[in-house]
Design a protein. Structure first.
Lengths: 190, 398, 334
């Protein structure tokens, strides 16, 4: 009878799985190795001179589909380190409550100033804990940073990748300029 | 196929006036949902029960309406992809592909071959993940949260988990990837990914027979065979697509009949068709598709050509894509059927946002058959039928 | 002192009270840890770990569960019948525990050696339907009502094959007392393999009926979660829900103990004391029950009735004359 046969087969499968190693892990004690490209939280970074990379260009604020980034930029002033004129962000807030981790802000950043961190846990006891203020974002720089910066993503998506580079890279578009050469630090909108 | 007049059809009358029903009968009105373990989200059906037999069913979708289509009118082409991810949250890859293909058609952007290969592979792997989730939840609908159904559910989720790990390797996210863009992909295949895909899909294909054995137990057969029959006429009339339509005996698959990506090069794409139209047929179609998707993905992953992954300019500004205006429709085959994207572009000043973006979710049309199929079945069968329709409320309500 | 204790124990009332207390405590304790076992077993079966955090290997999980259930707010729906609503969980545990009185663990460890232990057992199993019905009806919830209808239909239907199936051992041993049934098996071999092999089929039917009575998958129609939310317990919270839950486990546990006693020779076995054998057999049967539960899907209610009336009842009806004829042929019950 079909019942008996199928019943024993079903028992066999559950028994087989009984002796398989559990695929779950005891999460806080054991942590799974996450992918290299994992996206988690955000960090703002400093450049080699120890100066804030963010120039307050507001590209990320414009691209953000959930509108969770708000930036206040200062007028351009001379950098105390390099002496060149550049913009600064006086305030940078990223509200993780509505953030959909789409990575677009990182993609558009011309200075690679905003980068994702790879650390998943970011719990908080109140809503304010989930609002990443500028201080928190710069503090996050010490966490493990992700590989993807704006320039790296741009290079990955470059339509000309793998082909002979045209003699004169089309510097007409800002996008091509960003991928072809390191973007200059001065002439960004403040 | 000629349209049939639904009123004269051999199905139960969905517009039955319950007052005209047998006056002796003691009817019970029961709300299946919106909070109910088996409605797969927040679907609500008002059921009129005579004993345990349903005599009338009124579906009430809309509890998960987020105004995605309206939101898309506000956002630019560059920003929409991560938003539509949330529609069909079981197969987000396909949502991204659908809107981006519409945008590419509108903007005239060529997708490089490598990106088309990647899209095909991602679509097929996502189909495996989606069908695995369906298999697990369907077993749970039939087998209870404290029983063998949960075992199948857990096994399926175990395999689906390994697929989500693949996506995590590729895009950095397990669910809402935002990996497609106008003109191609945003993330290239990382080193060693192909080997991982092979390994994962091989493991899954070895375990599919286990689930089949567990599910094709006579208990399952008795619960599904002849239950919830949707015949081809009704399926075509209601606009059912995908596995539901194929289970009703209509050989229709957009991957073969209106090829996109690189499906036109896949001459040996086997389309699973069953003729019974019941829950069992839908189960069989999906399991066959599971196998076929694994085969296609494993076949393609070795042949991905080198080259750029994006044909358009990488996203740099929100408004960088400007459409001249016009309208396009793109339909792709998701695990649930035809996901259509109808885009009317705003021209001129509004060139960077859609004027109207209509998404045709396959699940919404699948739920349309509820009032036709539920009556005459018992409450237990209703749960089985609803499970076999595989509705994802995220895309039904949008 | 010893004398007085022994004298006291000779008094049947004191003896019954003492063993009753022991039995209830033991059954409740064991039940608590069977939930742990089931969770662990099911977890491993499903590629999970089961409880791990509370105590070593999650062994204190039942205590944590109980503490959690006790802390919950005790909600009673406005439209509920308060008296019946509160009565149902008490009754369900009471009836379930009542079965423990006649389960013969050893010739000595036995709360009440009733001459009609089998009848007591069947009566209480039959009564188990009432608390389910009361609770569902009193909840004034439509899902509960449907589940109550199913529970009553199922409980009453499966009472029939259960009674008929247990008649086979009764005919073969010629007694209605559970301890005498076991004693007979010690003398003449276990009923599961004793000629004319009707015991085996009777065991299958009894086991199935036991599954159905205890509302376990594949017969958990009354509390089909995916259809009826939580069946009879939909409106119950806290410890009242816990009592229903406990009754289900007690019932399952005692069903396996009774199967072990009636068909598998009870305390009979070499090398080890009788109690060990009895417990080992009960536990093995319980493991098997758990295994069944986590392997199968659920029948539909009408299919369940099909199985009962079209297969189980005719089968047992055929078993009884065969057994009776064989027993008479061999000179009556041995």
């Amino acid at each position: 009878m079909g019942y008996i046969d199928a019943t024993f087969k079903t028992f066999g499968i559950t028994l087989k799985n009984l002796f398989r190693k559990p695929t779950t892990i005891e999460y806080p004690a054991v942590r799974r190795e996450r992918a290299e490209r994992i996206r988690a939280s955000f960090a703002l970074v400093h450049d080699a001179n120890g100066e804030e990379k963010c120039i307050g260009c507001k590209f990320c604020e414009w691209i953000c589909p959930s509108q969770v980034i708000s930036i206040e930029a200062t007028p351009k002033r001379e950098s105390p380190v390099t002496g060149k004129k550049r913009g600064y962000a006086s305030d940078f807030t990223l509200n993780l409550q509505a953030c959909i981790i789409c990575e677009l802000c990182i993609q558009v950043c011309p200075e690679d100033a905003i980068i994702m961190t790879r650390e998943q846990e970011q719990p908080g006891f109140c809503r304010e804990d989930l609002v990443l203020t500028m201080d928190k974002l710069y503090a996050n720089e010490k966490k493990t940073l992700a590989w993807h910066t704006g320039a790296a993503l741009m290079e990955m998506q470059n339509p000309q990748r793998g082909q002979e580079k045209p003699a004169a890279p089309a510097a007409a578009t800002p996008a091509a300029a960003a991928t072809a050469a390191p973007a200059p630090t001065e002439d960004k909108p403040a | 196929m000629t349209p049939v007049a639904l009123a004269r059809a051999p199905w139960p009358d969905p517009y039955l006036n319950v007052d005209d029903y047998d006056p002796e009968a003691d009817l019970m009105v029961i709300n299946l949902g919106p909070q109910h373990p088996s409605t797969h989200g927040v679907f609500r059906v008002v059921l009129y029960l005579d004993g345990e037999i349903i005599i009338k069913a009124i579906p009430h979708p809309g509890y998960l309406h987020r105004g995605v289509e309206k939101l898309c009118e506000k956002l630019t082409y560059a920003q929409i992809t991560p938003i539509v991810d949330k529609n069909d949250y079981v197969a987000p890859m396909l949502n991204e592909q659908a809107v981006n293909m519409a945008f590419e058609k509108m903007l005239g952007v060529e997708v490089p071959l490598r990106a088309r290969y990647m899209r095909t592979i991602l679509a097929e792997i996502q189909r495996v993940a989606s069908h695995l989730l369906w298999l697990g939840t369907f077993a749970m609908d039939l087998g209870g949260a404290l029983g063998g159904g949960t075992s199948v559910f857990m096994y399926c989720f175990r395999e689906r988990e390994s697929i989500l790990n693949l996506f995590e390797d590729l895009t950095g996210c397990r669910f809402h990837y935002n990996t497609h863009t106008v003109g191609g992909q945003r993330h290239d295949i990382p080193a060693g990914w192909a080997a991982k895909v092979h390994q994962t899909l091989e493991a899954i294909s070895q375990r599919i027979p286990e689930y089949e054995t567990m599910l094709e137990h006579p208990i399952f057969v008795r619960r599904t065979k002849g239950v919830g029959v949707i015949d081809a006429d009704l399926a075509l009339e209601l606009g059912l697509t995908g596995p539901l339509l194929r289970a009703s005996g209509v050989d229709h698959d957009l991957r073969r009949d209106a090829p996109y990506h690189i499906y036109d090069q896949l001459k040996d794409l086997a389309v699973a068709v069953e003729s019974e139209g019941d829950c069992m047929a839908r189960y069989k179609v999906r399991v066959k598709e599971l196998r076929e998707s694994i085969r296609i993905a494993r076949m393609l992953i070795d042949n991905v050509p080198e080259g750029p992954i994006s044909g358009g300019r990488p996203i740099k500004q929100p408004g960088q894509f400007k459409a001249k205006g016009g309208q396009v429709y793109v339909g792709i085959e998701t695990p649930r059927g035809e996901l259509g994207t109808y885009l009317i572009a705003g021209g001129g000043k509004m060139g960077d946002t859609p004027y109207r973006l209509k998404i045709r979710p396959p699940s919404l049309h699948a739920l349309a058959c509820v009032p036709y199929v539920f009556p005459g079945h018992s409450l237990s069968d209703a749960v089985a039928i609803l499970g076999s329709l595989d509705p994802i409320m995220g895309e039904v309500d949008r | 002192m010893t004398d007085t204790l022994e004298e006291l124990m000779l008094n049947p009332v004191i003896r019954a009270l003492f063993w009753g207390l022991v039995m209830v405590t033991a059954v409740m304790t064991v039940t608590a840890w069977t939930t742990w076992f089931e969770r662990k077993f099911a977890g491993r079966m499903q590629s999970r770990m089961g409880p791990t955090l509370v105590g070593p290997a999650g062994l204190l999980q039942p205590l944590a569960d109980a503490a959690k259930l006790l802390q919950k707010e005790d909600l009673i729906p406005d439209s509920a019948d308060r008296f019946l609503f509160n009565l149902a969980p008490i009754l369900t545990v009471g009836f379930a525990l009542g079965v423990a009185a006649v389960v013969p663990f050893t010739p000595d460890i036995l709360a009440a050696d009733l001459d009609v232990g089998v009848l007591w057992l069947l009566a209480l199993s039959g009564l188990m339907v009432f608390p389910t019905w009361l609770g569902s009806w009193a909840s004034n919830n439509k899902y509960s009502l449907i589940s109550a209808m199913r529970a009553v239909a199922q409980g009453i239907s499966y009472e029939v094959p259960m009674v008929l199936a247990i008649m086979v051992p009764v005919i073969m041993t010629g007694t209605l007392s559970l301890s005498d049934i076991v004693a007979d098996q010690v003398k003449n071999g276990w009923l599961i393999y004793r000629m004319p092999f009707t015991g085996f089929f009777a065991f299958l039917v009894f086991f199935l009926a036991g599954l159905a009575e205890a509302n376990r998958i594949p017969f958990d129609i009354p509390e089909a979660e995916s259809e009826l939310v939580a069946g009879p317990t939909t409106e119950y919270t806290g410890m009242k829900f816990g009592l229903f839950y406990m009754a289900e486990y007690i019932h399952t546990l005692l069903s396996s103990a009774i199967c072990a006693a009636v068909f598998f020779g009870g305390w009979d076995g070499p090398f080890a004391p009788g109690l060990h054998w009895m417990l080992a057999k009960s536990v093995l049967l319980f493991v098997f029950l758990t295994w069944v539960r986590w392997s199968f899907l659920r029948f539909r209610s009408d299919q369940l009735m099909d199985i009962c009336w079209k297969y189980a009842v005719p089968a047992t009806l055929a078993l009884i004359p065969i057994t009776a004829l064989y027993t008479v042929w061999h000179g009556g019950a041995r």
